[in-house]
Design a protein around this ligand. Structure first.
Ligand code: ZN
Ligand code: ZN
Length: 275
């Protein structure tokens, strides 16, 4: 069985619509694919309608902050209409808009010719994020390619035009998802400096109900994977894997990282039983 549990679509910052993601999942020979757009489930209906031979695991990637640093939490199989969870998601998305507008203002102050209208047009129906601003910057000629926006000169964390945003405490995220009938997996804890999560922090999250740890991720080295497998074993967390495919933005890599059948079943077994 092949399951890719971390994939983005145009519902957030991926480049392919959910239906196309499902078609690519079939071509990649996957049995299960999780659609995990940032802070939204808006792509699920289209993905479900197009599921075909590949099973859709409904999910999302929640924006969190722990000890002043960004952290991403994957969530699966929750009820997105659960009122408390729905309210938090709306708050996160509303703040994304305010924050994107503030970054556009800062860029204008730095002489970059981008407007909110351009960024909004690029984002379309998607949850707006920095990749949309990066594309507007490239369109304006300020930078040669969107990738160049993610430096300290521009909109990388701490950059000249960077603006922080509202993010959930991961302990609250774990609680909210569990109350909505779902499970949480800590995304790419060792993918890079901006989202590095320590053993001590992971231990704290495991103690409050975290179900899994994303071990198999393209930005995690073999050495870190080995450390994470050992840690997952020690803390009784499920070791998962996913490609974090964003379409052409990351290079097409759907199915490049997967979750084992055993781990997948273990994750499903941790879904809370309805009271
Ligand atoms: Zn992430
Ligand atoms: Zn992701």
């Amino acid at each position: 069985m092949r399951a890719d549990l971390h994939v983005h679509s145009t519902a957030s910052d991926g480049t392919d619509p959910p239906a196309e993601v499902m078609r690519r999942a079939a071509r990649a020979g996957l049995d299960v694919v999780a659609l995990t757009d940032h802070d939204t489930v808006a792509g699920h209906a289209e993905a479900r309608a197009a599921a075909g031979p590949v099973a859709l695991l409904p999910g999302m990637e929640l924006s969190c902050r722990l000890d002043g640093r960004s952290l991403h939490m994957l969530a699966y199989l929750f009820d997105a209409d659960q009122p408390e969870l729905a309210a938090e998601l709306a708050r996160i998305r509303d703040d994304r808009v305010l924050r994107a507008r503030a970054m556009v203002d800062k860029l204008a102050g730095l002489g970059v010719d981008v407007s909110w209208g351009q960024v909004a047009a690029i984002a379309g129906q998607a949850v707006v994020g920095r990749p949309h601003i990066a594309r507007a910057m490239a369109d304006s000629g300020a930078i040669a390619s969107p990738r160049e926006a993610f430096t300290r000169d521009w909109i990388a964390d701490g950059g000249r035009a960077y603006v922080g945003r509202y993010a959930l405490d991961p302990v609250r995220a774990i609680d909210l998802v569990r109350a909505a009938g779902g499970v949480t997996v800590l995304a790419h804890p060792r993918a890079g400096r901006d989202t590095w999560v320590t053993n001590e922090q992971i231990t704290r999250l495991a103690a409050v109900g975290l179900a899994g740890l994303e071990v198999f991720h393209p930005d995690q080295s073999e050495a870190e994977r080995a450390r994470l497998i050992a840690l997952a074993h020690d803390l009784a967390l499920v070791p998962t894997g996913g490609s974090d495919d964003h379409g052409s933005l990351t290079g097409y890599r759907l199915g490049g990282e997967t979750t084992s059948a055993e781990a997948y079943q273990d994750l499903l077994s941790r879904v809370p039983r309805p009271a």
